[in-house]
Ligand binder design. Sequence first.
Ligand SMILES: Cc1cc2nc3c(=O)[nH]c(=O)nc-3n(C[C@H](O)[C@H](O)[C@H](O)COP(=O)(O)OP(=O)(O)OC[C@H]3O[C@@H](n4cnc5c(N)ncnc54)[C@H](O)[C@@H]3O)c2cc1C
Length: 808
Amino acid sequence: MQTQARVVVIGGGVVGCSVLYHLAKAGWSDVLLLERSELTSGSTWHAAGGCHTINGDPNVAKLQKYTIELYKEIEELSGQATGFHMTGGVMLASTPERFDWLKSTMAKGRYQDIQSRVITPEEAHEIMPLIDPKQFVGALETVVDGHLDPSGVTYAYAKSARKLGASIETHTMVTDIQRARDGGWIVRTDKGDVACDHVVNAGGLWAREVGRMVGLELPILAMEHMYLITEDMPEVAEINASTGKEVVHAVDFDGELYLRQERGGMLMGTYEKACVPWSIRDTPWSFGHELLQPDIDRIAPSLEVGFDHFPAFQTAGIKQIINGPFTFAPDGNPLIGPIRGLPGMWSACGVMAGFSQGGGVGLALANWITQGDPGFDVWAMDIARYGDWATMSYTNPKVQENYSRRFSIKFPNEELQAARPYKTTPIYDMLLGMGAQMGDSWGLEAPLWFSPDGTRDAFSWRRSTDFEHVKEEVRATREAVGVMEISGFSKFFVRGPGATAFLDRVLACKLPKPGRMTLAPMLKDNGKLQGDLTVACLSDTEFFLAGSGMAEVFYARWFEQHMPDDGSVTLEVVGLGMVGLSIAGPKSRELLQRLTPTDVSNAGLRFMGIQRMDVGFAPCLVGRVSFTGDLGYELWMKPEYQRHIFGRLLEAGKDLGLKPFGLRALNAMRLEKNFGGWAREFRPIYGPLEAGLDRFIAYEKDADFIGRPAAIAERAKGGTLRLRAFVLDAQDADVIGDEPIWHAGEVVGWVTSGGFAHNAGASVAMGYVAKEVADSDGPWQVELLGQRLVATPQHTPLFDANMDRMRG
Ligand SMILES: Cc1cc2nc3c(=O)[nH]c(=O)nc-3n(C[C@H](O)[C@H](O)[C@H](O)COP(=O)(O)OP(=O)(O)OC[C@H]3O[C@@H](n4cnc5c(N)ncnc54)[C@H](O)[C@@H]3O)c2cc1C
């Protein structure tokens, strides 16, 4: 066996083989895959082999489309049949809510060029004659859907990779991974050591064990999964004879079933509610080409629905029931990308739909390794969305929840309940006492809105029970003063003699002077956004940065990748070591002044100023900034002071009309300011010019910041997109994100976020549109729940366009 390679990929399942193929295709032929047994020996060999393009996240859908379209390519290159049958399919809805979901999914697919069509139950019956149309209210016909031979696909990747120069060693068990002195890695196996620059963990069912070799506890859990195969069915033979084609694929969401033809019979699988995890902490190395004991009682409730929805199954004999394990991350999306703190260590794990997603995962990872960037939007799959808080004990209930809800609708105002409450701030019980309706913000309980009368969210696609209460929170803030918990932000201190030079390189903005803050876009080498932070200069050697909470590990990974190794800079990832409160509204200054001896008049603390001061008895860092777009302040403190400060604010604010507000009111207020947010308007695929952030880019500053040449080039060429805001003629529902934007009868963009801006009394959508039409008067429309709503461009903010309130 070779003793050196540029990349070692651990695991010869469909994912590892896809990564290997894509590395070799990118021209890196000195790459080696190590498999402890035969290829496909994990989850891969017993998969049902179904593949779909449709996914709730359009970016994941795009990767799924890429994956399915790849099968022809690898079949041709390798000469290995993949057994791919592009049958097309129907996705079935038996409730109006599910039908609404299907319509919105179809709409989202428009700008990704994913073909699908909303059809009636009768039309669905014509396409898929096994269904009882009376059981359904509608369906979606899909095109790029089918099934394949799992083993054929894996070998097609492997043979293609070999043809391009990659190597594969089977029956080679990786036993340990160690850091090499030169900064690379030594992969130890039962056949000897391999020195390499990069290691990819594609260990599938054993990904946790491989992770532990470098001290990682990956948030992954395997679940048992069952599907059955029937004896030959006369109904299937009849469809084959009359159409000359196979029976199309079907997904029956409300029955929690998926179906496809298997030889002369049918294959039916289910994501049962009474799900069972497998090998909760350790996966035995002795587990090989084995199946688990089937448990028909567990899937009986789904099968009963199946018999109603697909009557021909009532008389079909069951030939075989397959039960096998495969892995999931807590949110069901893959865990891919570089591991923070371990340069050259990569994850390609938790891929629960290897035949829909494996190609896209392989491409993204190969791009990332060879070019330093995944090349498209993989935010939803980036392993950096989880930190060390995502323990096995947290992962277990979350994965079970995700599995059992795989085919359930998640309404936009619905919060999942497993593994909660988990992280809380010191004022958690005070907030609950005030009626806080909590949301789960990456493990942290965060108030969404306040219910003074015990009302709860009624889950819906439309405006719901929170509407009037959120409106009242907005009114109180805009007319008087509101207070909000903001502890969930990611927060960092960058310190040391090299701090200024380091931040000048990683941030694209002009650095603020001591006592000042500024918005700080961070760019990648390709000039696209890597972050959207606020940076505050506390002294020449100390800076404080705050950004989106979900990006904490993502930002920390980037900072650490670019920090000098001479010890001149230190990074403190603050987490909940510092918590926060925000006060906003015209009376927020008066409120703050009541609690601090420091002069916080407009002259004493200007807009974007920051100062340490006492608030109540407690030391605080106070910045004059607010995402509400109003006069406002962010107060940062150690956790032990938060209850005291919150209590003092509530007390001192009583006669000013102080009210607590939550994330939904914040959304309503930032929308009427056209303020974008990370992971919505600002994502790693947009450039600063496109995102309207170029006014914060110091193109001409002395420091050579990351992404400057590409950003300058984009500014010269003009990019391809523009972020725009629209007011919609909406009646009882508002956009949430990913809805298509139409211009003169054509889809020219997509919504990034939106909602009802209560103060302005307008339904607002923000989104990207093609540059060429961005400044056109229209006609514009946004498609929402199957209707195209008139959209009016909103070039200036609906609230405080002159910034008198914010700066005054
Ligand atoms: C019953 C069932 C039905 C399914 N149906 C579908 C479906 O219809 N469509 C779909 O897309 N997906 C389906 N899946 C899921 C699919 O099987 C997985 O998404 C996919 O197999 C994951 O592939 P992988 O390469 O990540 O992991 P695995 O297949 O588990 O591969 C990991 C490999 O790594 C090797 N390995 C691990 N540790 C080491 C080590 N230390 N040294 C060397 N080698 C090591 C293992 O031997 C194994 O071969 C199904 C799964 C099951 C169980």
